[in-house]
Design a protein around this ligand. Sequence first.
Ligand code: 5U1
Length: 754
Amino acid sequence: MAEETPVEELSAEEAAAELARLAAEIARADRAYHLEDAPEISDAEYDRLKRRNAEIEARFPDLKRADSPGERVGARPSETFAKVRHAVRMLSLENAFERAEVAEFDARIRRYLNLGAEAPLNFTAEPKIDGLSLSIRYEGGRLVQAATRGDGAEGEDVTRNVRTIGEIPGRLEGAPDILEVRGEVYMGHDDFAALNARQEAAGAKRFANPRNAAAGSLRQLDPEVTRARPLRFFAYGWGALSAPLGDTQMAALERLGALGFPVNPLTRLCDGLDEMLAHYAQIEQQRATLGYDIDGVVYKVNDLGLQERLGYRSTTPRWALAHKFPAELAWTLLEAIDIQVGRTGALSPVARLTPVTVGGVVVSNATLHNEDYIAGRDSKGDPIRGGKDIRVGDWVQVYRAGDVIPKVADVDLSRRPDDATPYEFPKTCPACGSDAIREEGDSVRRCTGGLICPAQAIEKLKHFVSRGAFDIEGLGAKQVEQFYLLSWIREPADIFTLRDRDAAGEKALLEPDEVLDRLEGEESGEARARLAAALGLETFERDSVAERFAERSRTPLARHLGWGEKSAANLFEAIDERRSIPLERLIFALGIRHVGETAAQLLARHYGTWENFIAAMEPAAAEEGSAWNDLLSIDGVGPVLARSLVKSLTQPAERASVDRLAACLTVEEAEPPATSDSPVAGKTVVFTGTLEKMTRAEAKARAESLGAKVSGSVSPKTDLLVAGPGAGSKAKKAAELGVETIDEDGWLKLIGAG
Ligand code: 5U1
């Protein structure tokens, strides 16, 4: 974008040209945002264009165009929602598809609580609404805040919109002083059909299904738009509370009902597995006539005291299960098989399908997992689908189960074209040409290109900026890819040097020709199309791209990207906000195979500081000795994870890249466990002998949730031995080492549960 002339200095001729340019640019941005769901410019930049348009129109009213962007409705939001940190984390649910998994859920809970198979254990069972989760906070009976689930820890503030939903009370009589009600916002089938008819009549985008319509309606910046949308609500739970709602799940739901919240009328109390499964069957039978979408049945332990004892895993409670309905199926044509390269180099085959509707959603891609799956074998070499392979040109059956990526279930051999040939899985990486090898025991073929592979680099960057990692506002997956293609960012450290390079008037990192050579090697053409679009060109033609690229490469970042200066300044600010980062986020952001958020947290808590963590890698590389043993001593870190971690962080090029990144950051020390004020936080505890009031699993989980480390053996590092009847050698050893020893009652008293 050329330097803009201030509005006051524009001649009439220039103003007319500028209004035409703005109309085209805004229309294009609207198209990308509304129709393609793929915004090309930031909200701030969009606002700036619209403001400039309005200013010029105000100065030259006669030049106002028939297609003036100021007259168009359905413009995109002008700002984003504020973030809200949930006082109590919003959890998700463990899923089950088979009856056996529900039986195992019941059995697992009995084992955990040490209940016999015949002991009474009641569950509530209610439909799982296919909408979006909401948390609504009341203080002194008044609705003060409403937030979406977001990542469970932090959601979006949708208070103003939620106030417009008729089924959600604004005031409560006789409620606890603090009450957070949780439930599902949804849209009924009739309302959805009527809304889509209105959308169509207004020339606006149709929604794919009621859930998308509900989400789109709730996330409106103008609450009046939300008010006009027929949103509904069912309460199913709660977050923060100043007083309990009841002793059981059922009583608490009844209380919520009495306070004025809709509670699903198909909620039942079930006495054991048979009743749960019978109620599931009944709800499934009624599914088509309910008038709203449900995708399963949720079971919850009814006794809230037992719920508390069962507690949580990292993101799901042990006391609840979502029993999903079977996936919906559809047949369609497999047009092509593309290979995507992931951040760890995994080559993943993707089926490109003739679009088909499956359960209300149009599906045009599905995963094919790996080369064995295509060939009709499982990981052990045994036949799947009766040994039928999958070929381009086949009719395939696709299904969606829950939110997961669609999958290919079956092939219709009777419709296979005569000339269809077995699919040959590539032995080289389609992105960089390096060998793609399959290690013994691995079902996946991987690119060996490492840092030289652009696909891996882009995927690593996308992971780096993702929500659980650096989560930089304005730098999402699409933007990092654009920055990579325009060669401003090649590795994570480059994000943090952007501002300086821009200020120094530096060019992008690669010469234009280098970028073009790389892109011409791309198979799918998608990346090429995106680069052309990023440069404001219609198509990818080497000469025009090279010319535009060279011309823009000589200018600072904002102009290279076609952004306003303000957008670039906002981005730099957002990047600066992340220069200080918690250790666990940094470890997770590195995108090392097998190191997810939970593992990153365990590692961070164990090593405490970045310096300790990184210094432990080299000595552990021999896979023996104290550094290696120390790594394996972390509960939750096994040899596969440890090997992957150490291998990645001792590989010279990768390590150099990580060091360059760390040099740009202030890494915050790992937070002590959330419950540092508990009397056992940070203590190493050993349980021995028979525990009578809880099972070993419960004791361990409870101790860990209070910040203790539970070990299986007594050593000089042990702080406390909890010994039940029959304690033997461990109690003796503890006595020899002078380790404090208490019984089960003493332990329960210590943790405030006695
Ligand atoms: N019906 C129902 N849906 N649903 C969703 N109950 C329910 N409970 C949930 C979720 C996420 O979470 C519990 C952990 C409260």
